[in-house]
Write a protein that binds this ligand. Structure first.
Ligand code: ARG
Length: 574
């Protein structure tokens, strides 16, 4: 049972009684508050709609409010707030109901939608850079949270698997001869660098690469066979990365640029028919209003290049049409670095001009900042190369193993390794998700892996400690009905636990995973205070012990579910 929902119902009745049916639906905006358990803000919302000051309105509402069974105290504060102090038995009842539910009492959204989430989206034959890592981690957390909130999630990995760079890559493969096997194309990164060097050095190679692009676009079978191999190797690599990272993206979620290739002619034809395209300096362009270049000229989206080829923008136009019309998306998320903000906004505007993107459907850029090294510059290896994701994970596991071996010396080596994997990967994800998404953040191993402070390992330890209390009790976890809130620390913990749904709704709306991180961190701290002040295993009476053990259990389950929604494992023992 959600206390806010119960209270809102009573406010609706009070509003009806005090002001009639018309105002009964006014949102009482009940929030947690420092001054009381909750505070309602409804009187301010009624300003101008009812006679008198907000304080008068609050007085009238309070007189009509029937919450005796829910609150043991209500009063008016400030210019029209109503303070609500909940009764302990009501809190106990709410929490017991939440505890009896696998979803911990969190209801699904009243109007579920189809959310199409574009995330990860790396490029074939290029190492995933830190930007793709952020996209992968943030996108996956959002997919999990929105899915839990009840929405239908369609994942779209917009893999860069098409384009002119394949001309030089394939030509380089041809030069290497047919003797090479898939293993030797495994290091696509190196292959890309070699091809690039040749391309820059040799005009003859450039010409061959250009010819090869034409062949690829024509669907020449031997050329396609090379292309398929490159993409295949890449997909295998990605599957491995996603597996290691514990990311929900599957091979079937890949909807790469090549998928849209057959649709590009049609997209351009439709834009022309609708009178939205015009030729500018030889290229066919759409000019979404409001975009100007540095010199003040209207900025184009190039939909067909002078040479007749299509590029990134045309593909994105085809993709947005596909996501709206074929996939039936109404909420389109693009988890892409902040530098692509202008490109994406232009795509949305063009899709609106074409009539594809129209309410209730909308597109949102889930932008994120860069990852910086301790020197404040782009995060790189000591040698100055981009950091390879698999190396990063390996290093995280290695560092985490040191922490685990020290903190959890009693675990057997196998378990230590598994825990180190969870801690290492969890730390990478948590540092990313807990920072303000649009800002840059500094990659700092020590802070990430610290077992104190707002870190992944801290939350994982908080969860495992809870589990160990339950194990030590030596009995089955008491049923939710055992919960009876009495001490102030129990009360604080109950209120924190009952705010889980609010944190989920917050992330659902704002698309900011750090709000869930902050919630979980606060919850752990509230739990610590409870555990310091309230004896659990040594409680005074069997009833108190059962209630407190049940509180430990709900806390552990809330932490585990919350971490899972962030894509982070919560080991039972650490
Ligand atoms: N592959 C692109 C890159 O690495 C990201 C694609 C983002 N998604 C999109 N629909 N444009 O920059």
């Amino acid at each position: 049972m959600d206390p806010v929902k119960e209270l809102s119902g009573r406010f609706a009745a009070a509003l009806r009684k005090a002001f009639g049916d018309d105002l009964a639906g006014t949102d009482p905006s009940i929030r947690r508050s420092q001054h009381a358990d909750f505070q309602a803000n409804v009187a301010l919302a009624l300003k101008g709609k009812v006679p008198g000051s907000p304080r008068d309105a609050a007085t009238k509402i309070l007189a009509a409010l029937d919450v005796e069974d829910l609150c043991d105290k209500t009063d008016i504060a400030g210019p029209g707030f109503i303070n609500l102090h909940l009764r302990a038995d009501f809190l106990s009842k709410c929490l017991a109901q939440a505890a009896a539910d696998a979803r911990l009492g969190v209801a699904t959204m009243p109007a579920p939608e189809t959310c199409v989430i574009d995330y990860s989206s790396p490029n074939v034959a290029k190492e995933m850079h830190v930007g793709h890592i952020r996209s992968t981690i943030i996108g996956d957390a959002l997919a999990r949270v929105l899915g839990f909130a009840g929405h239908t999630i369609v994942r779209q990995n917009h893999l860069g698997d098409w384009g002119t760079q394949f001309g030089m890559l394939i030509e380089h493969l041809v030069d290497l001869g047919t003797g090479i096997d898939d293993a030797s194309v495994a290091d696509l990164n190196a292959l890309y660098r070699e091809a690039r060097q040749k391309f820059d050095a040799s005009p003859a190679f450039q010409e061959r690469a250009r010819q090869r692009v034409v062949l690829l676009q024509k669907g020449d079978e031997p050329t396609l066979a090379h292309w398929r191999r490159l993409v295949g190797v890449s997909r295998t690599y990605l599957a491995q990365v996603y597996e290691r990272l514990g990311v929900t993206l599957k091979d079937a979620d890949i909807a790469g640029e090549s998928l849209f290739n057959p649709m590009l002619d049609g997209v351009v034809a439709e834009l022309e028919e609708k009178g939205l395209a015009r030729v500018d300096q030889g290229a066919l362009c759409v000019f979404p209003p409001g975009f100007k270049s540095k010199t003040g000229d209207p900025l184009p989206l190039i939909i067909r290049k002078q040479d007749g080829g299509y590029g990134y923008a045309t593909t994105d136009l085809a993709a947005i049409r596909y996501r709206l019309q074929k996939l039936g998306g109404t909420r389109l998320l693009y988890v892409v670095g902040a530098p692509q903000a202008q490109h994406l906004t232009m795509i949305y505007r063009a899709a609106e001009m074409a009539g594809w993107l129209a309410p209730p459907a909308r597109a949102e850029h889930v932008a994120f900042g860069s990852v910086l090294g301790k020197d404040g510059k782009m995060f790189r290896t000591r040698e100055g190369d981009t950091v390879r994701l698999l190396d990063l994970i390996a290093e995280a596991e290695e560092r985490a193993l040191k922490v685990v071996a020290e903190k959890s010396a009693d675990l057997d080596p196998e378990t230590q390794k598994a825990v180190a994997h969870a801690v290492g990967v969890g730390a990478i994800k948590y540092v990313d998700l807990s920072s303000d998404r649009v800002k840059d953040y500094v990659f700092d191993w020590d802070r990430m892996l610290a077992v104190e402070g707002n870190s992944g390992p801290y939350l994982q330890y908080a969860h495992a400690r809870n589990r160990s209390i339950l194990r030590k009790s030596g009995e089955a976890t008491p049923p939710p009905s055992a919960i009876a809130i009495a001490a102030p620390e129990e009360r604080a913990l109950a209120l924190a636990l009952l705010s889980f749904g609010g944190a989920i709704r917050d992330v659902e709306k704002s698309l900011e995973p750090h709000r869930l991180c902050t919630y979980l961190y606060d919850l752990s701290q509230t739990f610590s205070t409870f555990y310091r002040n309230c004896k659990v295993l040594g409680a005074d009476t069997p009833a108190e012990r059962a209630s407190r053990l049940a509180l430990c259990d709900v806390t552990a389950r809330t932490l585990a579910l919350g971490l899972d929604l962030l894509g982070i494992e919560a080991p039972e023992r650490m």
